[in-house]
Design a protein around this ligand. Structure first.
Ligand code: ADP
Length: 376
């Protein structure tokens, strides 16, 4: 089978690593010839994934296409789908998720619990919603990694609001942020990974890392899993999805957003679960049985982020020290240049005991730095 991936970042790279085990010829469409996926695919096409012609020309001789980012040209994918190219997930599902307004309306009409919201199209319309605050304003399209999200606690925050089409969503008193990866094949069979939880440590002023399986009472986990199943069944699409959710102070569960693709909250599944999220997506695309999502050991993911103050060729300080740790696995994404905040790689650390696991994750966090010879 000839399968294309739109986007050539680290998610594409890890998908390609898993593809190497299967009888599949891989194609990447991406503007940056030095992207993390460029040297691991069979065929690389330089091109813009948001451009109709680039996506259509890339896809017309392929059997199937998947995405590693939502900001793709959906019209080209729809035309390809009509002409018989399989798209994972299908274009109807991508359309729902791609736009936050449509996504929120989808949750509402399918009875999937997600914070109450109103749609705004201008600053004027936001100002008319003062009684709806505190709320979180989210731009409908083009936001990522927290860009395009503003917390509006009261009138004084209104200047931070977006004038483009957005959703204004009730602020949730979050107790835990969790994420869950769910896979569905063409026959509608589903496979669920254990939920993961984000660990925040404001006291030590440390950045987040993620632990999986999440430590939640069974009662909440059942609700979380039931919501995820309901959600993919309503999307009516084969594929792999990451559902981000909040557990609030009253233990109620709310869907924040869904990603229609492999996701950074599932990196640990490469080592810590029998079948990784990347392997799972190939099983779906190539029409093989779904894999086993059971965890092998509890795991933490520590993102390797470009240190503030450094721009230039990346130097990974502390890597040897990290590799001395039992069950620490290094993933460097192959980006030559570091810059502040850039995702350069991740470490997965596994340990049977949660206390040891978080201790080791914190230690790794403090040991590893991405710098360069030039200070910015
Ligand atoms: P992005 O897709 O850019 O990561 P999210 O929608 O996940 O944006 O929002 C980023 C962060 O903002 C979330 O991880 C959460 O901490 C916070 N947030 C988002 N929506 C809400 C909400 N309704 N109530 C409280 N906090 C929220």
């Amino acid at each position: 089978m000839k399968v294309g991936i739109l986007g050539g970042g680290q998610l594409g790279r890890m998908l390609l690593q898993a593809a190497a085990n299967y009888p599949v010829e891989t194609y990447i469409l991406e503007n940056d010839e030095n992207c993390p996926s460029a040297h691991l695919c069979h065929h690389f096409t330089k091109g813009d994934i948001t451009d109709f012609t680039a996506v259509y020309e890339f896809g017309k001789s392929l059997d199937a296409i998947t995405i590693e980012i939502e900001s793709v040209n959906i019209e080209a994918l729809e035309k390809l789908e009509k002409e018989g190219v399989k798209i994972y997930p299908n274009t109807a599902a991508i359309r729902i998720i791609k736009n936050k307004i449509v996504q929120k309306q989808f949750y509402k009409s399918n009875g999937i619990p997600s914070p109450d919201f109103v749609v705004t199209n201008s600053m004027e319309e936001v100002k008319n919603q003062l009684s709806f605050l505190p709320a979180v304003h989210k731009i409908a399209e083009g936001g990522y990694d927290g860009k395009g999200v503003q917390v509006l606690n009261n009138e004084r925050d209104i200047h931070k609001a977006f004038s483009d089409p957005s959703v204004l969503e009730k602020k949730v008193a979050i107790k835990k942020e969790i994420a869950l990866i769910i896979a569905m094949n063409e026959r509608g069979e589903t496979s669920i990974y254990p939920a993961s939880e984000m660990m925040v440590n404001p006291a030590l002023n440390l950045l987040d890392f993620q632990v999986s399986p999440a430590l939640l009472p069974d009662k909440i986990l059942w609700v979380v899993e039931a919501i995820a199943i309901q959600l993919v069944k309503a999307l009516k699409s084969a594929g792999l999805f990451a559902v981000e959710m909040f557990v609030d102070e009253r233990n109620e569960v709310w869907v924040n957003e869904t990603a229609p693709r492999v996701h950074n909250s599932g990196h640990h599944t490469i080592e810590a679960n029998y079948c990784s999220q990347y392997d799972m997506l190939w099983r779906i695309i190539l029409n093989y049985p779904l894999g086993n999502t059971d965890p092998i050991l509890p795991a933490a993911i520590i993102n390797i982020i470009g240190e503030a103050g450094y721009i230039g060729e990346a130097i990974y300080e502390g890597l040897e020290e990290v590799l001395k740790t039992d069950n620490a696995f290094v993933h460097i994404y192959g980006k030559k240049q570091t810059k502040p905040g850039r995702k350069m790689g991740h470490i997965t650390i596994m340990h049977k005991d949660y206390q040891d696991l978080t201790h080791k994750a914190n230690k790794i966090k403090q040991t590893l730095r991405v710098i360069s010879t030039h200070k910015s």
